[in-house]
Design a binder for this molecule. Structure first.
Ligand SMILES: *Cc1c(COP(=O)(O)O)cnc(C)c1O
Length: 386
């Protein structure tokens, strides 16, 4: 990482960020976007410092051959560091792919739905879209859903009516739009569990052994848009995929070629690699989880006591990453979002499908940003007291 940085742990890192802001060294805002989301300033500074010349290569990572030794090292380091951060067992492959999380909605059934059946747990927009895409390829049973209450909770997943034929059970573990997290994994009754962790990637420890396949688009919590990371158990990488599956859509193609079958998104993988190093320096995923819990608590505690703002999700199912809230008055919601933006608290408007507000508190959002948001909300509430 950058030689001029003195940040060796989370507390030092955030002290540094607060200093930077206090003295207005930078005029960066607090970006609460759900994705692409905020990246660590330290990582962006490293990217800036290395943009014209990476190491002794004499060129930018953007200009490098993906077969060069320099890039091979970047890719190997990224994989190794991700494996260590997530404790990924040796019998799982890590693939750096393209096409966003959305492409996985098709790739998963094309590769795993050999009996042409799968069970989907529908807890929000992203699992709903994944289920709709899977229907192109076979029978999709929705074995649980929270659509009855506008996806504001997670149903009991302990005793589902799992289909005998199901090739896998699918979840979206953190629903980015609705702000729910599946905290107790479903009882899959021996079936393979597939999970979309796009918006909670590296935000808290997870036990990879419990899954057959985990994946996520990195632009929420890991890096710049353009990379999707798939972590797949080796025995699920098969030749006998569905007929007409294109070469690029087979996990085997990428697994056999160490994510270098064709040109990967080299620069974006490099930035992800820097984020992994940043996380390791700050103490890893366990430390980050503690900080994420502290950050979310500040906002949820305020929401629970506010007379103006209300959280929209059942307490037990709340996400640490995406926090939706409303005033109950659409005009006031818009007024809040635009005033917040003027105060440097950006992208707080809720998803177009649900309205209201949503604050995404990804790893790179400093705790100071959450304090600032709550301070602003408190002031707004005072000004709009009935
Ligand atoms: C954003 C998001 C997606 C879609 O990601 P793309 O990379 O835009 O295809 C899928 N699932 C979840 C949980 C998301 O947050």
């Amino acid at each position: 990482m950058n030689q001029d940085s003195d940040c060796y742990n989370i507390a030092d890192y955030y002290d540094y960020i607060i200093t930077v802001r206090r003295y207005k060294i930078l005029s960066r805002v607090y970006n609460f976007s759900a994705g692409p989301g905020v990246l660590p300033e330290e990582v962006l500074k490293t990217v800036q410092a290395e943009l014209l010349e990476y190491g002794n290569s004499g060129m930018s990572v953007m200009e490098m051959s993906h077969r060069s030794k320099d890039f091979e090292d970047i890719l190997d380091d990224a994989e190794e560091n991700l494996r260590s951060l997530m404790n990924i067992p040796a019998n799982y492959k890590v693939l750096f792919l393209q096409g966003g999380a959305y492409t996985q909605f098709a790739m998963i059934p094309m590769n795993l739905m050999i009996n042409r059946a799968a069970d989907y747990i529908v807890t929000g927009q992203w699992s709903k879209k994944a289920a709709a895409e899977a229907k192109i390829f076979g029978t999709v049973n929705e074995v649980a859903s929270s659509a009855d209450k506008n996806f504001s909770y997670i149903p009991d997943l302990s005793d589902l009516n799992i289909s005998e034929k199901a090739d896998y059970i699918y979840i979206c573990q953190n629903e980015t739009v609705h702000g729910t997290t599946i905290k107790t994994l479903p009882n899959t009754k021996g079936k393979i569990l597939v999970s979309d962790i796009s918006s909670m990637f590296l935000s808290e420890p997870i036990d990879v052994n419990k899954y057959g396949l985990i994946y996520g688009g990195v632009q929420k919590n890991v890096g710049p848009a353009g990379v999707v990371i798939v972590i797949i158990r080796e025995d699920l990488i098969r030749d006998n995929v569905l007929p007409y599956t294109p070469t690029m859509m087979k996990y085997k193609t990428h697994a056999d070629n160490k994510s270098l079958f064709n040109t990967p998104p080299c620069f974006n993988i490099y930035v992800c690699g820097l984020v992994f190093k940043w996380l390791m320096k700050l103490g890893g995923v366990e430390e980050m989880h503690k900080l994420n819990q502290a950050k979310a608590k500040i906002l949820y505690d305020y929401l629970d006591n506010s007379k103006l703002f209300h959280g929209t999700v059942e307490k037990k199912d709340r996400s640490l990453m995406n926090v939706p809230f409303i005033t109950g008055d659409k005009d006031l919601d818009s007024e809040f979002a635009s005033e917040a933006a003027q105060a440097g608290l950006k992208n707080i408007k809720g998803h177009r499908s649900v309205g209201g507000m949503r604050a995404s508190l990804y790893n790179a959002m400093p705790i100071e940003g959450v304090y600032k948001l709550v301070e602003f909300m408190t002031d707004f509430e005072k000004r709009h007291a009935k």
